[in-house]
Design a protein around this ligand. Structure first.
Ligand SMILES: C[S@@+](CC[C@H](N)C(=O)[O-])C[C@H]1O[C@@H](n2cnc3c(N)ncnc32)[C@H](O)[C@@H]1O
Length: 278
């Protein structure tokens, strides 16, 4: 059923327009329920992220969560590492309403949530950077730029944990993954109409790439130790470590630019350095 002015229901209480998915106040108010109906193994990905964090968070560590939404990941991380000293957790999200919910959920003194666009964020030196299901909303040029910033801000021995919706490596599996994904959504109580409407609303907004492209991009950004900690059809969890302070050799952009047919952003030079005007 369609609502007025092209709005379609994508969940019982959330509506969106075709090709116009946004993290609106309405989405933020119902996000905790909607995300669990939309991302298979959501709880497991959160748990694994927190478990993995034990290898990277120490006394005095700085930790970022990009696309923190309502603060679920930081909430769990803060509790897990409560006995460590001087650990600072920063959640970044460009939705004010999400940030408001996150601040309500986690009020510990070593946690802050900033309402910022990741493209504008100035990162301090960090030991762990997490971004679950957020970079997938950036185009390849922006994603490449952000990955370079993240790599540069990580200390040697630090890690990036990514959760991403991914494309299948081969077309024939894409169809199977998508249908299994729709089965999952149905099992969570979403109706066929809501599933279809959500798919229409994220057209051109969610920009997934394949797992192979992710790994190539991360490697060319400078990450030299990369592995997949979770894979469910068209969803993946990736951990990438910066094991030395080596400078970036290439922009990483070339890794997938040919496949996607896009040109290099002007703000990234061939050496991976960014011009000062961005
Ligand atoms: C799918 S949600 C992330 C889910 C969350 N990480 C979790 O594990 O529950 C994507 C989030 O990224 C935020 N976001 C999207 N684009 C962003 C950007 N350019 N800068 C900062 N946050 C962004 C949205 O507001 C939304 O809260």
């Amino acid at each position: 059923m369609r609502k007025k002015s092209g709005h379609m229901k994508v969940d019982d209480v959330i509506s969106a327009v075709e090709g116009g998915w946004e993290f609106t106040d309405e989405v933020a108010d119902h996000f905790d329920s909607h995300v669990r109906k939309s991302i298979p193994l959501y709880e497991e990905i959160q748990d694994m992220t927190v478990n993995l964090s034990e290898w990277f968070i120490h006394n005095g560590s700085t930790v970022y969560d990009i696309g923190a939404s309502t603060g679920e990941t930081i909430h769990r991380l803060q509790r897990k590492h409560a006995s460590k000293e001087n650990v600072i957790f920063t959640g970044i999200d460009n939705s004010e309403k999400m940030v408001k919910h996150a601040r309500k959920k986690v009020s510990a003194r070593n946690v802050r949530f900033l309402c910022q666009d990741v493209l504008q964020t100035e990162f301090e030196e960090a030991d762990l950077i997490i971004s679950l299901f957020t970079l997938q909303f950036l185009g390849i040029a922006e994603r490449t730029k952000v990955l370079h910033r993240l790599f540069q801000s990580l200390r040697s021995g630090g890690a990036l944990i990514l959760g991403e919706k991914v494309l299948a490596e081969e077309g024939r599996f894409d169809e199977i993954w998508v249908e299994l994904y729709w089965d999952f959504k149905r099992s969570q109580g979403l109706t066929d109409d809501q599933i279809l409407h959500k798919a229409r609303s994220i057209r051109g907004v969610l920009r997934p790439i394949t797992l192979t492209e992710h790994i190539k991009l991360l490697r060319e950004t400078g990450f030299n130790s990369i592995d997949v900690f979770l894979k469910w059809c068209n969803f993946a969890g990736i951990v990438a470590m910066k094991t030395s302070a080596q400078s970036v050799q290439s922009t990483g952009f070339e890794a997938i630019a040919n496949v996607r047919g896009v040109s290099k952003p002007e703000s990234i030079s061939a050496s991976g350095d960014q011009h000062t005007d961005d």
